[in-house]
Design a binder for this molecule. Sequence first.
Ligand SMILES: [Zn+2]
Length: 243
Amino acid sequence: MIDALDVMMDHRIADLEPRKHLTAGKAKEIVWKGNWSEGLEPHILLEGLYMVASGIRPSSFHHPSSEREIVLLNGAAKELGLGMRVRLAGKKVYKVWLSGTDAFGMVWTLPDITEDMGPKEFVTAQITMANMTGKFLGYPECCVRSFVEHLMAGTDQDLEAKEALNKFEDPDPRAYFVERFVPCRPDCPEAIREGECIERALSKQAPDMLPDYLRLRDEHMEEVRSGAIIKEKRARDQTLIRK
Ligand SMILES: [Zn+2]
């Protein structure tokens, strides 16, 4: 097993190739019984690991806050047979992608990017990474386009999402189908459709997990609405700068 120091020396040590899907029952047992279940947040266990390992979602994306989190994700991914890529997107900013065998392949070839490449190249590389990630994660095209447009314009997507959501009296949480995903607008029909698909798959394969999923999804929408997501992002950036 790798440790945090190994990852600090060379984060690519945590890369893994995907193997075939597990049954939903086996995936559930591994996700919630392993050593990692204590150190990873509930949404990572359910949405990032379980839903991918059981084939409900094609892949997941993570912004680990420490090397230890990468070690935990690697331990779980190895046992679940998930593919894993760890890349730098800035000197101390890690991005982690997990997937089964059938997700979009190009993400496996993504390079590390750092600010040393020069500001223009860095932004271009970030845009390429965002486009590939959106495709890899099976996010609706309209929502990926909107995210990339914000990146290009240097505007805050989360702030716009907060303001748009606050205008809705009775918004649909299905559009906020996984943690960190923000739809292009609160009533985006493509995002709502994806939320419906996940609900249907969970009700069929693991109905006992459905209440937890619905609660996490409501919480995520509430984070977007209250702006907690913006505060959290700033706090994370501060921690990374101090490192
Ligand atoms: Zn959309």
